[in-house]
Design a binder for this molecule. Sequence first.
Ligand SMILES: [Zn+2]
Ligand SMILES: [Zn+2]
Length: 367
Amino acid sequence: MRGDIVESPHMAAQGDLNPGFCLRSCGAAVRGRMKFTQLRSIHLQLDFSMAFAVASDEVLGTFVPVAVYWIYSGIYALLGDLDEYRLHNKAEEDTKNVVSKSTVVKGVLVQQAFQIAVSLSLFSVGRANSGLAAGPALAIESWLDQSRPELAMRPSPMLPTSPCDLLLGHVADLVPILWLELAINHGVVSDDNGTKVQPSLLTLAIQFMAAMFVLDTWQYFIHRYMHINKSLYKHIHSKHHTLVVPYAYGALYNHPLEGLLLDTLGGALSFVVSGMTPRTGIFFFCFATIKTVDDHCGLWLPGNLLHMFFSNNSAYHDVHHQLYGTKFNFSQPFFVTWDKILGTYMPYSLEKRKEGGFEVRPIKVKS
Ligand SMILES: [Zn+2]
Ligand SMILES: [Zn+2]
């Protein structure tokens, strides 16, 4: 395999045997000579070819929650209108929601694609730069050499030359490496024989609770700040609030930056702080996804366990989506703790409507 590296004219020209460095150098060479669309196409192929080469818990943790989102919200869609259990009637949904359902589906897909691309890029670049798996990096090097021989033959004029460039280059390399190291080795313990084992049930429960608390804390403060800062609200968070009458598959109808900030970053933080393994992370991210979808289902179904166990549920979050409630009930997705501590908790009652279904009525509205 080492021979393969030296055979690459590009790498030999750089005198560097680090596959990650070579990958960056190739990227720089490409940037110097190709149109943006061609460059983007190459980067996408790089990301996915590398990502699929490392299909494991960290990759599953990226894809499975997306599948769970559409399966769980799809079940709600298949249940139909369920007028007896709706929090808003159909007429209200049609008049108050100013965005079509096809636009919502496209918006959610775009956001999920954006989050998947960010996660896989970090995993892929991290794996290549850390030298954890030289295979994918070498495969890309080889692919670049074969498909763009003119690029491989020429040294790049855009390699970092100044100390500042070198420093920035190292920082850019370090972030994905740390991300990947955390994703692979985080929370994993070994037995006496050195075999990796999953933690005990008690440890799992504690990690789950810790992750729920961290995610709630992160999302409360970021979410609340997006309401306080008028510019952030106008350009980013208002997109989520176009659904005044929420429904299940609109749960993640957000601006992509909001998804990245609240969900991807919040998820990464809760994963790191809780000390859970990547496998536990898959279950945690799926549970958080199910909870978020359920909070936006717009229904109050009998026997819903999530409604029984969590005060933060579809009725509670419905208050936040109403015009009178946008300064209250910021907490999501699990508990109401931060709203209660910081005085943004709005109690409500659930009243039966004459025409069927329920109405969420605030008990008191603060100015
Ligand atoms: Zn909001
Ligand atoms: Zn919402």
